[in-house]
Write a protein that binds this ligand. Structure first.
Ligand code: SAM
Length: 316
């Protein structure tokens, strides 16, 4: 069972780890993500909103996986953690269920972590895996205490060309750091690019070299102090972390003397997805092309498949 399943990177990872899947239950509410999953894996059983899952209607689940929404936990988000609209912090499952029963509303989506915990306790799977971003000590400790296992921090850059440090909580024992494959941006860029990847004259004219180990420059407008989004990555570097909001402005690279945006296929490669995994979706029995903006959003939300496969391979 995969909660917050997105585009089913978990299914891809199980396949890559060589774990035979008899049935894969996915909880997701985003129409485009569900359509992409259905197109790639018609056998996935969609079970809808995580808050409505009734375990009594399902068979025994062996593995529970999920990356609950991170915005309110992340340093780049609100950092408030799981809270009600009124600001009441939710620090135990009992408290969450009580507040839910009483009809309280919650801020953002990170409180859904407690739905993961509810289902974990009800399902009692052999194995579980929870992924999330690096967060303040306080919330990290609450999650660790609730799940009963310390997280392991793994950066996707060990198996891909993307910096993506993420925390993984699991009862799969002795998870080791993956061996660094030494993959860099230039290893995953396409030789050709389409007009969609070109930048406007206005942005090109703003390019300024930067002395940084992280990137080679910026296209930041003078009046703005925003960082990451305007970075220009050199092709000997690792890509910055892909995020859902990249749909507003995809990451920028300098490759063979050309400054341009990355393509959706390149974004997929930074997540070690198959090329064009997100190109089509099955929307109400009709196959349709997915727009680039929706592809970037879904990919930025997703998992680095090879990292999840690496973790799952530790199942004895
Ligand atoms: C961080 S993303 C996880 C992506 C996923 N790991 C993947 O492989 O693509 C969190 C996901 O939770 C989904 N989500 C938000 N609210 C939900 C709900 N109530 N029930 C189920 N999924 C939900 C979002 O649509 C989003 O796709």
């Amino acid at each position: 069972m995969s909660l917050f399943d997105g585009i089913s990177c978990g299914y891809e990872a199980l396949n890559r780890a060589g774990i035979k899947v008899n049935a894969y239950y996915a909880s997701e509410i985003n129409a485009t993500s569900i359509a992409i999953s259905k197109y790639n894996h018609p056998d996935i059983i969609q079970i809808g909103d995580v808050r409505d899952i009734d375990i009594s209607k399902l068979p025994q689940i062996d593995i529970l996986i999920g990356g609950s929404p991170c915005q309110n936990f992340s340093f780049s988000g609100t950092g408030k953690g799981a809270v009600t609209i009124e600001g009441i912090e939710v620090t135990t499952l009992e408290q969450y269920l009580e507040l839910k029963n009483q009809g309280f509303e919650f801020e953002g989506y990170s409180y859904l972590f407690w739905e993961y915990v509810r289902i974990l306790q009800e399902v009692q799977p052999k194995y579980f895996l929870l992924e999330n971003v690096k967060m303040a000590e306080k919330w990290r400790n609450i999650i660790t205490k609730t799940l009963g296992y310390n997280p392991i921090l793994i950066n996707s850059n060990l198996l891909s060309a993307q910096n993506r440090p993420r925390l993984y909580w699991s009862n799969i024992t002795d998870i080791k750091q993956p061996k660094d494959k030494g993959i860099y941006i230039k290893d995953v860029l396409q030789d050709t690019y389409s007009p969609k990847e070109m930048l406007s004259e206005k942005i090109l004219n703003r390019f300024q070299p930067l002395k940084s180990t992280y990137c080679v420059g910026t296209t930041k407008p003078k009046f703005r102090t925003i960082g990451q989004r305007d970075y220009v990555f050199g092709d000997d570097n690792k890509m910055g972390c892909l995020v859902a909001t990249d749909y507003k402005q995809p990451k920028q690279v300098l490759h063979n003397g050309v400054l341009r945006k990355i393509s959706p296929i390149e974004a997929e490669r930074f997540q070690t997805l198959e090329d064009d995994y997100t190109k089509y979706g099955l929307f109400e029995n009709e196959v349709k092309e997915v727009s680039n903006t929706k592809r970037f959003e879904a990919i930025g939300n997703g998992w680095t498949v090879d990292i999840i496969a690496h973790i799952l391979k530790h199942i004895k």
